[in-house]
Design a protein around this ligand. Structure first.
Ligand SMILES: *[C@@H]1O[C@H](CO)[C@@H](O)[C@H](O)[C@H]1NC(C)=O
Ligand SMILES: *[C@@H]1O[C@H](CO)[C@@H](O)[C@H](O)[C@H]1NC(C)=O
Length: 326
C-alpha cells in the first residue's frame, strides 16, 4: 500500500536529520512535520538549510503540527509512513506517535542511533511494518530553524526484524532515492547497526565523560588508545554473541582515523559531547545501555563498556536534574 505515487508522510522529530529528510521528501510528497521545541519558529518562518550538498540559503516551509493528534485531525487519510528522527531518549515515543499510526497500514521508519531500539515499537504496533535505518548525516540545528549540513548523506535501510518481508523497506529505499537521497537496502540491517555502534558506543561516552574530542583523548595519555580499542573489542564480542561479526579492519580503520586527526589538530566532537556541552540529555541507553544489556544476556564480559555506561548514565541523570530545576 505504501508504494503509492505521493505517499502521505509524517516526520516526527525535526532536528537536523529530520529536516534534511523533510526537505528531500518534499520533492516527492507533501510531508508534515511534528515540531516540538522549534514549533513557533518553523511555523512562522520555516527552515533555512545551508548544505554542502544541496546548496546554501534553501528555504523550506513544511506543514507543521504540534503533535500527532493534530496531524491526523487536519486530514483523515491514513499516513503511509511515519519517520522517527528524534533522539532515542526516553521510552514514550511509541505513545506519542500512536494517534498517527493506522494499524496494518502505516510503515514506521526508525532513523535513530543505537542498538535494540526497535523492539519497543514492535511491541506497541505488532501489526505495522517496521523499517530500521542507520543514518550518516553530519547536521546541526542552531538556532531553531537554521540547519547546517556537511558533505555526507547516507541511509542504510532494512526491515525489522530482518526475517520480515522486505517489501516495505525496499519501497522506502526507492522513495528516498526518488527524492534524490542516498539509500542502500540491506537484508540484515542489524550488522550495519553494530558497525556504527562500534564507533558510537565507544567514543561517545569517552568523549562526553572527559570533555575531550577523540584526538584530544588519544593525546591525553600513552594508554588511551588501548582503552578505546579494548572497548571496541568488547562491542565486537557482544555483536558476535548475537550473530554479527564486525570485520576487524573496521576496528583498525576507526582507530586509525582518530589517530590521524591528532596530526591536524582537529578531532571529532561526538554527539554526546555536544550534548553535555549544551546541557542536553544524551542517548545513553540506546547507544551504550542496550549494548551492555545485550552483552549480559549472552554472558559476554564487557566490564569497560559497563563502566562507561554507568558513569555516562550518572552524568546524564545530573543533566536531567539540572534541566528540571532550571
Ligand atoms: C547560510 O547561507 C547564507 C547564504 O549563503 C548565509 O547568508 C548565512 O549566513 C548562512 N547561515 C549559516 C548559519 O551558516
Ligand atoms: C557515530 O559514528 C559515526 C561514524 O561511524 C559518526 O559519523 C557519528 O558522528 C557518530 N554519531 C554519534 C551519535 O556519535
Amino acid at each position: 500500500m505504501a508504494s503509492i505515487d505521493r505517499p502521505k508522510i509524517l516526520v516526527f522529530g525535526v532536528g537536523g536529520v529530520g529536516t534534511i529528510y523533510l526537505y528531500l521528501l518534499s520533492r516527492v510528497s507533501s510531508p508534515t512535520a511534528v515540531c516540538r521545541s522549534n514549533y513557533e519558529v518553523v511555523r512562522n518562518d520555516g527552515f533555512i538549510i545551508n548544505s554542502s550538498i544541496y546548496g546554501n540559503g534553501i528555504r523550506l516551509k513544511p506543514n507543521v503540527v504540534r503533535d500527532c493528534a493534530e496531524a491526523t485531525f487536519r486530514d483523515s487519510r491514513p499516513f503511509d509512513y511515519i519517520l522517527i528522527c528524534s533522539k532515542a531518549i526516553g521510552q514514550d515515543i511509541p505513545d506519542l506517535i500512536s494517534p498517527a499510526v493506522t494499524p496494518d497500514h502505516t510503515v514506521i521508519v526508525l532513523i535513530q542511533n543505537g542498538i535494540g531500539i526497535e523492539a519497543h515499537y514492535q511491541a506497541t504496533f505488532p501489526n505495522n511494518p517496521i523499517v530500521s535505518a542507520v543514518v550518516y548525516l553530519p547536521v546541526t540545528q542552531r538556532p531553531a530553524g537554521v540547519i547546517t549540513h556537511g558533505e555526507l548523506e547516507r541511509l542504510e535501510i532494512g526491515s525489522y526484524p530482518s526475517s520480515a518481508s522486505s517489501e516495505h523497506s525496499e519501497a522506502f529505499t526507492q522513495l528516498i532515492r526518488h527524492a534524490g537521497g542516498t539509500a542502500e537496502h540491506h537484508d540484515d540491517i542489524q550488522l550495519k547497526r553494530w558497525t556504527k555502534l562500534l564507533v558510537n558506543a565507544s567514543w561517545n561516552p569517552i568523549c562526553a565523560l572527559t570533555l575531550c574530542t577523540d584526538a584530544n583523548f588519544l593525546l591525553s595519555s600513552p594508554s588511551s588508545s588501548e582503552l578505546v580499542s579494548d572497548v571496541m573489542l568488547e562491542i565486537c564480542d557482544i555483536a558476535k554473541a548475537h550473530g554479527y561479526t564486525i570485520p576487524k579492519e573496521i576496528l583498525e580503520l576507526q582507530l586509525g582515523r582518530a589517530t590521524a586527526r591528532i596530526g591536524n589538530g582537529n578531532g571529532v566532537e561526538p554527539s554526546m559531547l555536544q550534548d553535555v556541552r549544551a546541557g542536553r540529555r544524551m542517548e545513553v541507553e540506546a547507544i551504550v545501555g542496550n549494548a551492555v544489556r545485550m552483552g549480559r544476556e549472552k554472558d559476554v564480559k564487557c566490564e569497560k563498556l559497563n563502566m562507561l555506561y554507568l558513569l555516562a548514565r550518572a552524568l546524564d541523570s545530573q543533566i536531567e536534574n539540572k534541566r528540571r530545576t532550571s
